[in-house]
Design a protein around this ligand. Structure first.
Ligand SMILES: *[C@@H]1O[C@H](CO)[C@@H](O)[C@H](O)[C@H]1NC(C)=O
Ligand SMILES: *[C@@H]1O[C@H](CO)[C@@H](O)[C@H](O)[C@H]1NC(C)=O
Ligand SMILES: *[C@@H]1O[C@H](CO)[C@@H](O)[C@H](O)[C@H]1NC(C)=O
Ligand SMILES: *[C@@H]1O[C@H](CO)[C@@H](O)[C@H](O)[C@H]1NC(C)=O
Ligand SMILES: *[C@@H]1O[C@H](CO)[C@@H](O)[C@H](O)[C@H]1NC(C)=O
Length: 369
């Protein structure tokens, strides 16, 4: 179980570049792209569409494309990185296809000017992480394809501006859990593709499952979400796992006061917090877990449960204080009485007569009564 999806595996998908000779050739080709603001020689332009697919491009220094370009096709090249201002002047762009390249890291501001973008294809690249500001301002985006990458998480905030999104694919990545709050802004989503990921169907996925059910209820569609963990759910579709199976999560949360503890100890939070040191190798503890910090959403039932615990605690506290006060009062009273009795005994020899007188009196009174 440990090391199931360590970040160290991220380099695996990176493919080696071919010979330096070919590289040089391709570079010259890429430079040719820059010349003039007409159609780059490596591309075919037709109206507002620029098609540069399958040209073996390794780099795109600042593109000068015909103004008013609406479609830019760059699939099946060898692009591994893009400068932040690559698309800075293409504000009218509506469709951008970067699939089947080797992109492994996208600058946070790469798409910042593309406010009219409706279709973004990043399928089959080597992306392992996305900056949470990458899609900021893409309010017109309808279709986003991130399938066939190495993503292991969807950061909170990444999808916040994508209220218009109707189609999203995260299929065939390395996702094992998703956070519900990251997906809540997607009010218009209709198709969600999640297959081909190593889902861990534990407490970390429970809230997301609820959100998915809500999406289905709205008429949306989600493909199969097959669990790989825990073992007894392997191969099962999480949509068919009854919600009751996740009831133990609430108890865990109440005990701990935080989400993210799982049976298997495979949760990122428990890993980072060192909750089960016996099960986790010490190396894993060194890795920061930003997933744990962003708990900005908590279901009502949990909040209610926590409220109940707090109230019960306060009531218990008050009762305890009262009991302590009563006990203290009893002790003081008892010690005072003991002292009084001792004093009484000390004085007995002196007041023997008085006592002798007192007793018959009491007897008389009681007999009278
Ligand atoms: C240019 O686009 C039009 C319409 O989109 C299409 O009919 C035509 O075949 C295209 N020409 C070339 C050379 O691709
Ligand atoms: C964008 O266009 C402006 C002027 O139209 C130009 O000065 C600038 O260099 C261009 N930027 C890029 C990245 O092409
Ligand atoms: C973006 O789209 C709107 C509406 O279709 C259009 O009016 C505007 O000119 C477009 N922006 C650019 C920079 O082309
Ligand atoms: C992914 O991209 C690589 C390189 O461009 C290509 O060889 C491979 O066939 C693509 N895989 C799929 C499933 O499209
Ligand atoms: C709760 O989490 C903390 C660390 O965040 C850990 O030390 C503790 O053992 C956990 N408690 C339970 C009941 O799992």
């Amino acid at each position: 179980m440990p090391g199931l999806a360590t970040p160290c595996e991220s380099g695996r998908r990176r493919r080696s570049l071919s010979s330096p000779v070919l590289l040089g050739l391709l570079c010259t080709l890429a430079v040719l792209l820059q010349t003039g603001s007409g159609c780059p020689s490596a591309c075919v332009c037709n109206g507002t569409e620029v098609d540069c697919s399958g040209r073996g491009l390794v780099a795109l220094p600042t593109l000068s494309l015909p103004p008013g370009t609406r479609t830019l096709l760059l699939p099946n090249n060898r692009l591994s990185s893009l400068p932040p201002d690559t698309f800075a002047n293409l504000t009218g762009l509506e469709r951008l296809d970067l699939s089947n390249n080797f992109l492994d890291n996208l600058p946070a501001t790469l798409f910042r000017e593309l406010g009219n973008l409706t279709d973004l294809e990043l399928r089959n690249n080597s992306l392992t992480a996305l900056d949470r500001e990458l899609f900021q301002g893409l309010s017109q985006l309808r279709r986003l394809d991130l399938s066939l990458n190495g993503l292991s998480s969807v950061p909170l905030g990444l999808l916040d501006d994508l209220q218009g999104l109707t189609w999203l694919s995260l299929a065939t990545n390395r996702l094992h859990a998703l956070e519900r709050p990251a997906f809540e802004p997607l009010a218009n989503l209709q198709f969600l593709h999640l297959g081909g990921n190593p889902w861990e169907c534990d407490c970390n996925l429970r809230d997301f499952k609820h959100w998915m059910e809500w999406l289905l209820y709205r008429g949306g569609r989600v493909d199969a979400v097959e669990c790989t963990l825990p073992k007894d759910l392997r191969g099962r579709d999480i949509r068919g796992v009854p919600v009751e199976m996740f009831n133990y999560c609430l108890q865990l949360e109440d005990e701990n006061g935080s989400v993210g503890v799982s049976k298997g100890g495979a949760a990122p939070c428990s890993r980072a917090g060192g909750a089960q040191p016996s099960e986790t190798p010490p190396v894993a503890d060194a890795a920061p877990a930003p997933d744990c910090v962003r708990q900005r959403y908590r279901p009502v039932s949990v909040r209610r449960a926590i409220g109940t615990v707090v109230i019960a605690g306060v009531v218990c506290g008050i009762v305890c204080i009262m009991m302590v006060a009563a006990a203290a009062y009893g002790c003081i009273y008892a010690s005072l009485m003991a002292k009084y009795q001792r004093e009484l005994k000390k004085r007995q020899p002196l007041m023997g007569d008085g006592d002798a007188d007192g007793d018959p009196e009491e007897k008389q009174i009681s007999s009278v009564a």
